[in-house]
Design a protein around this ligand. Structure first.
Ligand SMILES: NC(=O)c1ccc[n+]([C@@H]2O[C@H](COP(=O)([O-])OP(=O)(O)OC[C@H]3O[C@@H](n4cnc5c(N)ncnc54)[C@H](O)[C@@H]3O)[C@@H](O)[C@H]2O)c1
Length: 323
């Protein structure tokens, strides 16, 4: 039986998910909604199904099993809550919300509804993430270094801090999430951020450089640094264990030990596809064990970014228990 899927938000990443779902036999896209109706209509004409401007109308009139919520951070209102209250299983793009209040409200609704949820941290589905987890199993982790050195995304909301939360929340959240996936939960954060060189970009209010120190609950420490100043460099992590050091990104993996260095060849990016396969299979079977980050887990990665923003604003370290 097919898993019937609707979309809330039909922008950039939604279209990437649509292309993947079209390749998954047991997935059927049945409805699309966007405040810009034309975007929903374009998707409906490509994949079949109905188009809506208002997601509520879509929930009320189309029989669905699941919804993909692909909205900018500031736009999460009651899309998820009404979906799970209607019994729909939930796939939500990262970052899950612009603040903890909204994320916790949604988290509680997901738990109460008992539906399957997926927070779309697709890095967890990369081969390189599997190799890193495997290599570090049994090692005591001392330190995690991570970086996201990108350019400035084209969407207008990204450069407005109240709308995107800035790079640490919007993009570097993938690195934070990987750090948590490999080294466990974070206890304390301190950060420095600045808007230094991109001051002539119209409407910009996000920092263009930032660095975040982390103390993990295990006692490990870390640093995650980001910049959106073009042309950028790359995104990735180094994890230093007692016997092994791994260096990896979405494409490459290096394992260093006293005995030497092993590298693994580039793999095609299949992570988004695998993520959707895991979600569709979970909805179909009722077994969520293939989902690598559910809504609640995604909230913990969001909390680290929000703690970093608060620390940069106040100049004080922030305990995650206070976020
Ligand atoms: N996992 C990834 O690799 C990845 C990649 C890109 C984006 N994302 C995430 O996906 C989310 C969406 O990003 P995007 O690049 O698709 O953005 P986008 O601007 O291209 O698309 C967002 C869509 O939401 C619609 N929308 C619905 N309600 C809205 C509202 N109230 N206000 C504004 N827009 C509304 C817009 O019309 C637009 O079509 C972001 O959270 C982003 O971080 C994830």
């Amino acid at each position: 039986m097919s898993v019937r899927i609707g979309f809330v938000g039909c922008g950039g990443i939604a279209n990437a998910h649509m292309r993947n779902l079209a390749r998954i036999e047991d997935a059927e896209m049945v409805a699309f909604s966007d405040i810009v109706l034309e975007k929903a209509e374009t998707a409906a004409s490509e994949y079949g199904g109905a188009a809506f401007e208002d997601f509520r109308e879509m929930y009320d009139s189309v029989e669905m099993d699941a919804v993909y919520v692909c909205l900018p951070p500031f736009a999460h209102e009651d899309q998820e809550i009404l979906a799970v209250q209607a019994g729909l299983n939930l796939f939500v793009e990262k970052p899950l919300a612009i603040n903890m209040e909204k994320a916790r409200e949604i988290e509680a609704a997901v738990e109460e509804a008992g539906v399957i949820s997926c927070a779309a941290y697709h890095w967890r589905y990369h081969d390189t993430a599997d190799w890193a987890r495997e290599a570090l199993e049994g090692d005591t982790i001392g330190m995690v270094l991570g970086w996201w050195m990108g350019g400035l995304p084209g969407v207008a909301w990204w450069r407005v801090k109240d709308q995107s939360g800035g790079q640490i929340l919007e993009q570097t959240t993938h690195i934070i999430d990987m750090a948590r996936y490999l080294a466990g939960d974070v206890e304390r954060v301190s950060a420095e951020m600045a808007l230094r060189v991109m001051t002539d970009v119209e409407n910009i209010s996000v920092p263009d450089v930032g660095t975040v120190n982390l103390r993990f609950e295990s006692g490990a420490i870390g640093n995650i640094t980001n910049s959106c100043v073009p042309p950028g460099w790359k995104n990735g992590l180094v994890v230093i264990g007692d016997k092994k050091t791994v260096i990896f990104d979405q494409f490459s993996f290096e394992l260093r030990t006293q005995a030497g260095t092993e590298t693994k060849s580039w793999q095609p990016i299949a992570a988004h596809f695998r993520e959707s396969v895991a979600f569709v299979e979970a909805v179909e079977s009722g077994d969520a064990s293939g989902i690598r980050s559910d809504y609640s887990d995604g909230v913990k990665s969001l909390a680290v970014s929000l703690a970093a923003n608060r620390s940069a604003e106040t100049g004080e370290p922030v305990m995650l228990s206070d976020v």
